[in-house]
Design a protein around this ligand. Sequence first.
Ligand code: SF4
Length: 305
Amino acid sequence: MIVCDRCPGKAVIFQKYSGSHLCTRHFQEDVHRKAREVLRSYRIFGGPCRVAVAASGGKDSSSLLVILHHLFGHREDVELLAVSIDEGIDGYRPRTLAAASAVARSLGVEHLVVSLRDEYGVTTDGLASGGHPQGPCSFCGVLRKGLLNRTARDLGADALATGHNLDDEAQTVMLNYIKGDVDRLYRLRPKRAIPGMVPRIKPLRRVPEKEMGLYAILRGIPFENAACPYISRAMRQEVKDLLNGLEAKHPGTKYSIMRGFERILDLQPPGSYEAIPCAGCGEPSSNGVCASCRLLEQVRGEESL
Ligand code: SF4
Protein backbone atom coordinates (compact mmCIF):
# COMPACT_ATOMS: atom_id res chain seq x y z
CA MET A 1 0.00 0.00 0.00
CA ILE A 2 1.30 3.44 -0.88
CA VAL A 3 0.76 5.78 2.04
CA CYS A 4 0.01 9.47 2.17
CA ASP A 5 3.01 11.78 2.56
CA ARG A 6 1.24 13.57 5.42
CA CYS A 7 -0.32 10.72 7.45
CA PRO A 8 -0.37 6.90 7.61
CA GLY A 9 -3.54 6.78 5.45
CA LYS A 10 -3.72 5.10 2.06
CA ALA A 11 -2.80 7.41 -0.83
CA VAL A 12 -5.53 7.94 -3.41
CA ILE A 13 -3.50 10.15 -5.71
CA PHE A 14 0.05 10.81 -6.78
CA GLN A 15 0.53 14.38 -7.94
CA LYS A 16 3.38 14.08 -10.43
CA TYR A 17 3.80 17.85 -10.59
CA SER A 18 4.33 18.15 -6.81
CA GLY A 19 5.75 14.69 -6.13
CA SER A 20 3.12 14.14 -3.39
CA HIS A 21 1.09 11.07 -2.47
CA LEU A 22 -2.11 12.15 -0.71
CA CYS A 23 -4.88 10.28 1.11
CA THR A 24 -8.55 11.21 0.67
CA ARG A 25 -8.52 13.74 3.53
CA HIS A 26 -5.28 15.45 2.58
CA PHE A 27 -6.18 15.48 -1.11
CA GLN A 28 -9.46 17.24 -0.35
CA GLU A 29 -7.66 19.67 1.95
CA ASP A 30 -5.22 20.37 -0.88
CA VAL A 31 -8.09 21.22 -3.25
CA HIS A 32 -9.68 23.46 -0.60
CA ARG A 33 -6.35 25.18 0.05
CA LYS A 34 -5.85 25.95 -3.64
CA ALA A 35 -9.41 27.30 -3.92
CA ARG A 36 -9.00 29.39 -0.74
CA GLU A 37 -5.74 30.91 -1.97
CA VAL A 38 -7.33 31.92 -5.27
CA LEU A 39 -10.41 33.30 -3.48
CA ARG A 40 -8.24 35.39 -1.17
CA SER A 41 -6.80 37.15 -4.22
CA TYR A 42 -10.30 38.21 -5.33
CA ARG A 43 -11.15 39.80 -1.97
CA ILE A 44 -14.86 39.10 -2.53
CA PHE A 45 -15.59 37.19 0.65
CA GLY A 46 -14.15 39.75 3.08
CA GLY A 47 -17.65 41.05 3.91
CA PRO A 48 -21.30 40.35 3.12
CA CYS A 49 -21.70 39.08 -0.42
CA ARG A 50 -23.99 37.28 -2.80
CA VAL A 51 -22.26 34.93 -5.22
CA ALA A 52 -23.90 33.39 -8.28
CA VAL A 53 -22.33 30.06 -9.21
CA ALA A 54 -22.56 29.01 -12.85
CA ALA A 55 -23.85 25.45 -12.51
CA SER A 56 -23.54 23.32 -15.63
CA GLY A 57 -24.09 19.99 -13.87
CA GLY A 58 -20.58 18.79 -14.74
CA LYS A 59 -17.95 17.73 -12.21
CA ASP A 60 -16.25 21.12 -12.00
CA SER A 61 -19.19 23.41 -11.36
CA SER A 62 -20.94 20.87 -9.12
CA SER A 63 -17.77 20.49 -7.06
CA LEU A 64 -17.35 24.26 -7.02
CA LEU A 65 -20.77 24.68 -5.47
CA VAL A 66 -19.92 22.05 -2.85
CA ILE A 67 -16.53 23.66 -2.13
CA LEU A 68 -17.96 27.17 -1.78
CA HIS A 69 -20.68 25.80 0.47
CA HIS A 70 -18.03 23.96 2.51
CA LEU A 71 -15.91 27.12 2.87
CA PHE A 72 -18.67 29.70 3.38
CA GLY A 73 -21.89 27.81 4.18
CA HIS A 74 -21.47 28.68 7.88
CA ARG A 75 -21.40 32.43 7.13
CA GLU A 76 -24.77 34.12 7.32
CA ASP A 77 -23.49 37.09 5.33
CA VAL A 78 -22.55 34.96 2.30
CA GLU A 79 -25.33 33.91 -0.04
CA LEU A 80 -24.77 31.35 -2.78
CA LEU A 81 -27.10 31.00 -5.76
CA ALA A 82 -26.77 28.44 -8.57
CA VAL A 83 -27.48 29.63 -12.12
CA SER A 84 -27.72 27.32 -15.15
CA ILE A 85 -28.09 28.19 -18.80
CA ASP A 86 -30.15 25.86 -20.97
CA GLU A 87 -28.58 26.27 -24.41
CA GLY A 88 -31.02 23.86 -26.03
CA ILE A 89 -28.90 20.77 -26.68
CA ASP A 90 -31.18 17.75 -26.83
CA GLY A 91 -30.07 14.57 -25.12
CA TYR A 92 -27.29 16.41 -23.26
CA ARG A 93 -28.37 19.57 -21.48
CA PRO A 94 -31.52 18.15 -19.78
CA ARG A 95 -29.36 15.54 -18.03
CA THR A 96 -26.76 18.06 -16.90
CA LEU A 97 -29.47 20.41 -15.64
CA ALA A 98 -30.95 17.59 -13.58
CA ALA A 99 -27.51 16.94 -12.05
CA ALA A 100 -27.01 20.66 -11.27
CA SER A 101 -30.41 20.80 -9.69
CA ALA A 102 -29.68 17.74 -7.52
CA VAL A 103 -26.47 19.28 -6.15
CA ALA A 104 -28.10 22.64 -5.42
CA ARG A 105 -31.04 20.94 -3.70
CA SER A 106 -28.75 18.78 -1.56
CA LEU A 107 -27.03 21.94 -0.29
CA GLY A 108 -30.21 23.99 0.11
CA VAL A 109 -28.97 26.47 -2.53
CA GLU A 110 -31.50 28.22 -4.76
CA HIS A 111 -31.17 27.14 -8.41
CA LEU A 112 -32.26 29.25 -11.36
CA VAL A 113 -32.40 28.00 -14.98
CA VAL A 114 -32.59 30.45 -17.91
CA SER A 115 -32.73 29.37 -21.53
CA LEU A 116 -31.40 30.72 -24.82
CA ARG A 117 -34.77 29.87 -26.37
CA ASP A 118 -36.69 32.07 -23.90
CA GLU A 119 -34.19 34.92 -23.93
CA TYR A 120 -33.03 35.01 -27.56
CA GLY A 121 -35.41 32.68 -29.44
CA VAL A 122 -32.56 30.37 -30.48
CA THR A 123 -31.10 27.02 -29.43
CA THR A 124 -27.60 25.64 -29.91
CA ASP A 125 -29.09 22.65 -31.76
CA GLY A 126 -30.80 25.05 -34.16
CA LEU A 127 -27.64 27.10 -34.63
CA ALA A 128 -25.55 23.94 -35.16
CA SER A 129 -27.80 22.73 -37.97
CA GLY A 130 -28.16 26.19 -39.54
CA GLY A 131 -25.05 25.93 -41.74
CA HIS A 132 -23.41 29.00 -40.21
CA PRO A 133 -19.72 29.42 -41.02
CA GLN A 134 -18.69 29.40 -37.34
CA GLY A 135 -19.01 26.23 -35.28
CA PRO A 136 -21.81 25.94 -32.71
CA CYS A 137 -19.44 26.75 -29.85
CA SER A 138 -18.86 30.27 -31.20
CA PHE A 139 -22.55 31.05 -30.74
CA CYS A 140 -23.21 28.95 -27.68
CA GLY A 141 -20.23 30.22 -25.69
CA VAL A 142 -20.88 33.90 -26.39
CA LEU A 143 -24.62 33.75 -25.75
CA ARG A 144 -24.20 31.71 -22.58
CA LYS A 145 -21.57 34.07 -21.22
CA GLY A 146 -23.72 37.12 -21.89
CA LEU A 147 -26.80 35.55 -20.36
CA LEU A 148 -24.91 34.38 -17.30
CA ASN A 149 -23.66 37.91 -16.72
CA ARG A 150 -27.10 39.45 -17.16
CA THR A 151 -28.74 36.87 -14.87
CA ALA A 152 -26.10 37.29 -12.16
CA ARG A 153 -26.44 41.07 -12.37
CA ASP A 154 -30.26 40.87 -12.17
CA LEU A 155 -29.85 38.72 -9.07
CA GLY A 156 -27.69 41.43 -7.51
CA ALA A 157 -24.65 39.15 -7.36
CA ASP A 158 -21.32 40.61 -6.29
CA ALA A 159 -19.48 37.91 -8.21
CA LEU A 160 -20.11 35.17 -10.73
CA ALA A 161 -18.14 32.03 -9.89
CA THR A 162 -17.34 29.56 -12.65
CA GLY A 163 -15.87 26.07 -12.40
CA HIS A 164 -12.94 26.62 -14.77
CA ASN A 165 -10.08 24.38 -13.71
CA LEU A 166 -6.34 24.55 -14.46
CA ASP A 167 -6.75 22.64 -17.73
CA ASP A 168 -9.50 24.99 -18.96
CA GLU A 169 -7.38 28.01 -18.19
CA ALA A 170 -4.20 26.64 -19.78
CA GLN A 171 -6.21 25.66 -22.88
CA THR A 172 -7.69 29.15 -23.15
CA VAL A 173 -4.27 30.77 -22.87
CA MET A 174 -2.83 28.43 -25.53
CA LEU A 175 -5.83 28.94 -27.84
CA ASN A 176 -5.37 32.69 -27.67
CA TYR A 177 -1.63 32.35 -28.35
CA ILE A 178 -2.34 30.10 -31.33
CA LYS A 179 -4.94 32.51 -32.72
CA GLY A 180 -2.69 35.48 -31.95
CA ASP A 181 -5.58 37.06 -30.06
CA VAL A 182 -3.73 39.24 -27.56
CA ASP A 183 -6.86 41.26 -26.68
CA ARG A 184 -8.67 38.13 -25.57
CA LEU A 185 -5.60 37.00 -23.69
CA TYR A 186 -5.60 40.18 -21.63
CA ARG A 187 -9.32 39.82 -21.03
CA LEU A 188 -8.49 36.76 -18.94
CA ARG A 189 -7.07 39.11 -16.35
CA PRO A 190 -8.89 38.32 -13.08
CA LYS A 191 -11.60 40.63 -11.73
CA ARG A 192 -11.74 43.67 -13.96
CA ALA A 193 -14.18 46.28 -12.68
CA ILE A 194 -16.36 47.08 -15.68
CA PRO A 195 -19.75 48.77 -15.31
CA GLY A 196 -22.54 46.28 -16.02
CA MET A 197 -20.22 43.28 -15.76
CA VAL A 198 -20.42 41.11 -12.69
CA PRO A 199 -16.82 40.25 -11.67
CA ARG A 200 -16.05 36.68 -12.66
CA ILE A 201 -14.14 34.51 -10.24
CA LYS A 202 -12.57 31.13 -10.96
CA PRO A 203 -11.78 29.50 -7.61
CA LEU A 204 -10.65 26.20 -9.19
CA ARG A 205 -8.21 27.65 -11.68
CA ARG A 206 -5.24 26.07 -9.89
CA VAL A 207 -6.75 22.58 -9.64
CA PRO A 208 -6.06 20.14 -12.52
CA GLU A 209 -9.11 18.69 -14.27
CA LYS A 210 -8.30 15.09 -13.27
CA GLU A 211 -8.20 16.15 -9.62
CA MET A 212 -11.61 17.79 -9.95
CA GLY A 213 -12.95 14.46 -11.24
CA LEU A 214 -11.40 12.60 -8.31
CA TYR A 215 -12.70 15.20 -5.86
CA ALA A 216 -16.27 14.82 -7.16
CA ILE A 217 -16.08 11.02 -6.97
CA LEU A 218 -14.57 10.96 -3.46
CA ARG A 219 -17.19 13.41 -2.19
CA GLY A 220 -20.04 11.48 -3.87
CA ILE A 221 -21.11 14.60 -5.74
CA PRO A 222 -23.73 13.84 -8.39
CA PHE A 223 -22.54 15.08 -11.77
CA GLU A 224 -23.18 14.36 -15.41
CA ASN A 225 -20.14 13.02 -17.22
CA ALA A 226 -21.49 13.09 -20.78
CA ALA A 227 -19.67 15.44 -23.15
CA CYS A 228 -21.53 17.94 -25.28
CA PRO A 229 -22.16 16.40 -28.73
CA TYR A 230 -20.55 19.45 -30.39
CA ILE A 231 -17.29 19.41 -28.40
CA SER A 232 -15.32 17.53 -31.08
CA ARG A 233 -15.96 20.38 -33.51
CA ALA A 234 -14.11 22.77 -31.23
CA MET A 235 -10.41 23.60 -31.68
CA ARG A 236 -10.22 23.57 -27.88
CA GLN A 237 -10.44 19.78 -27.98
CA GLU A 238 -7.28 19.61 -30.12
CA VAL A 239 -5.45 21.95 -27.72
CA LYS A 240 -6.66 19.85 -24.79
CA ASP A 241 -5.22 16.67 -26.34
CA LEU A 242 -1.96 18.47 -27.08
CA LEU A 243 -1.59 19.78 -23.52
CA ASN A 244 -2.49 16.42 -21.99
CA GLY A 245 0.26 14.81 -24.08
CA LEU A 246 2.77 17.42 -22.93
CA GLU A 247 1.69 17.14 -19.29
CA ALA A 248 2.13 13.34 -19.37
CA LYS A 249 5.71 13.73 -20.63
CA HIS A 250 6.56 16.88 -18.69
CA PRO A 251 4.55 17.08 -15.44
CA GLY A 252 3.79 20.66 -14.43
CA THR A 253 3.43 21.97 -18.01
CA LYS A 254 -0.07 23.36 -17.38
CA TYR A 255 1.09 25.19 -14.25
CA SER A 256 4.08 26.55 -16.23
CA ILE A 257 1.77 27.89 -18.94
CA MET A 258 -0.29 29.73 -16.32
CA ARG A 259 2.80 31.04 -14.51
CA GLY A 260 4.19 32.39 -17.78
CA PHE A 261 0.85 33.96 -18.64
CA GLU A 262 0.65 35.65 -15.23
CA ARG A 263 4.14 37.08 -15.74
CA ILE A 264 3.05 38.51 -19.09
CA LEU A 265 0.04 40.10 -17.39
CA ASP A 266 2.35 41.64 -14.79
CA LEU A 267 4.31 43.34 -17.57
CA GLN A 268 1.18 44.98 -18.95
CA PRO A 269 -0.67 47.37 -16.62
CA PRO A 270 -4.47 46.93 -16.74
CA GLY A 271 -5.74 49.14 -19.54
CA SER A 272 -8.79 51.29 -19.12
CA TYR A 273 -11.87 49.79 -20.69
CA GLU A 274 -14.86 51.95 -21.29
CA ALA A 275 -18.03 49.90 -21.45
CA ILE A 276 -20.50 51.27 -23.97
CA PRO A 277 -24.11 50.12 -23.58
CA CYS A 278 -25.08 47.93 -26.55
CA ALA A 279 -27.49 49.67 -28.92
CA GLY A 280 -29.47 46.43 -29.24
CA CYS A 281 -29.84 45.19 -25.67
CA GLY A 282 -28.12 47.67 -23.35
CA GLU A 283 -25.53 45.15 -22.17
CA PRO A 284 -21.93 46.37 -21.81
CA SER A 285 -19.95 46.30 -25.04
CA SER A 286 -16.61 47.60 -26.29
CA ASN A 287 -17.95 49.30 -29.42
CA GLY A 288 -21.69 49.86 -29.06
CA VAL A 289 -22.87 46.41 -30.17
CA CYS A 290 -22.29 43.47 -27.84
CA ALA A 291 -21.00 40.10 -29.05
CA SER A 292 -24.39 38.43 -28.47
CA CYS A 293 -26.30 40.98 -30.57
CA ARG A 294 -23.67 40.77 -33.32
CA LEU A 295 -24.08 37.00 -33.54
CA LEU A 296 -27.87 37.12 -33.34
CA GLU A 297 -27.97 39.73 -36.10
CA GLN A 298 -25.79 37.47 -38.23
CA VAL A 299 -28.06 34.46 -37.62
CA ARG A 300 -31.22 36.40 -38.42
CA GLY A 301 -29.61 37.90 -41.54
CA GLU A 302 -28.57 34.45 -42.80
CA GLU A 303 -32.00 33.00 -42.06
CA SER A 304 -33.75 35.75 -44.04
CA LEU A 305 -31.65 35.06 -47.19
FE1 SF4 B 1 -21.87 24.99 -26.19
FE2 SF4 B 1 -19.68 24.15 -27.51
FE3 SF4 B 1 -19.81 23.99 -24.84
FE4 SF4 B 1 -21.33 22.40 -26.36
S1 SF4 B 1 -19.08 22.38 -26.27
S2 SF4 B 1 -21.99 23.52 -24.52
S3 SF4 B 1 -21.82 23.76 -28.08
S4 SF4 B 1 -19.79 25.88 -26.06
